[in-house]
Design a protein around this ligand. Structure first.
Ligand SMILES: [Zn+2]
Length: 265
């Protein structure tokens, strides 16, 4: 079974004609990437278009201005890691959802419910930088790649060449579908969540937002979750204790980055 998996894995990588590994910017961790990013971006863009069709886009000028302002500043910080990405931030009208997501390719959605937890730009920066960190670290691709290894056994060395593209595409699409939550975003592993927290903390600091505000934000989130107001929100996110422990462990570095940015201004 194990050797079959290896054979499949290798043949899949050969079929796609790509290398199966990448390094996560900022952490140096090596990660499994099997799916061409262009395919994932195409799929994400079409999901996002569908979301825009089906959901009401917020006309709240304050929320929209805040998201544009914070989004632009965080995007600026990750520009070197994602030079080809043009980020697109949309506020969706749904006060019941204190949630946000970012997709491969740079589409970012924020639900108006998140503003219950936001008192200032740095609070919103906590969420947006966390979501953008998922994209920079290519967590979506890793999740889909894992799904492919688990489910797409149909693709093997014997696949007819002229059939290759369609089969590969279908496997990728179904893996992507299997990995979606509410058709919106991919559930990430706890390891990915902690990595996004860590990277996000540094990004917000470099964008000029006090990283210590992240503790305030997550604390508020925890209270809401405990009250059962947010049943589905961030359900795959790490236990608050491990999240706070890691944020505290990264805080000195983040605060140093924040102070360095502020001394320039
Ligand atoms: Zn996350």
């Amino acid at each position: 079974m194990y050797s079959q998996l290896i054979t499949f894995c290798i043949s899949f990588i050969i079929l796609l004609g790509i290398s199966g590994c990448t390094t996560v910017p900022g952490t140096g961790r090596s990660a499994l990437i099997l799916v061409p990013e262009s395919m994932l971006i195409e799929q994400s863009n079409s999901l996002f278009r569908e979301m825009r069709r089906k959901n009401r886009v917020s006309t709240n000028t304050k929320f929209n201005a805040m998201v544009r302002r914070v989004g632009r500043n965080i995007a600026q910080v990750v520009r070197d890691d994602m030079p080809a990405t043009s980020w697109d931030f949309i506020v969706f009208e749904d006060s019941s959802q204190a949630n946000a997501f970012a997709m491969p390719g740079g589409k970012v959605g924020i639900f108006t419910g998140i503003f219950d937890l936001v008192d200032q730009d740095a609070d919103l920066a906590t969420v947006i930088s966390h979501e953008i960190a998922h994209v920079v670290a290519r967590h979506g691709n890793q999740r889909v790649s894992q799904q492919l290894l688990l489910t797409a056994g149909g693709i093997a060395l014997g696949v007819a060449l002229d059939d290759e593209d369609r089969r590969t595409r279908n496997a990728v699409l179904s893996a992507y579908g299997a990995g979606t939550t509410l058709g919106i975003t991919l559930p990430y592993s706890r390891g990915h969540e902690l990595e996004a927290d860590k990277l996000g903390l540094i990004y917000m600091a470099r964008a000029g937002y006090d990283p210590r505000r992240s503790l305030v934000f997550w604390e508020k989130m925890m209270v809401k979750q405990r009250a059962g107001v947010l049943p589905e929100f961030l359900s795959t996110h790490p236990a608050h204790r491990s999240r706070l422990r890691q944020l505290n462990a990264t805080m000195d570095w983040a605060v140093a980055e924040y102070d360095a940015v502020r001394s320039l201004n």
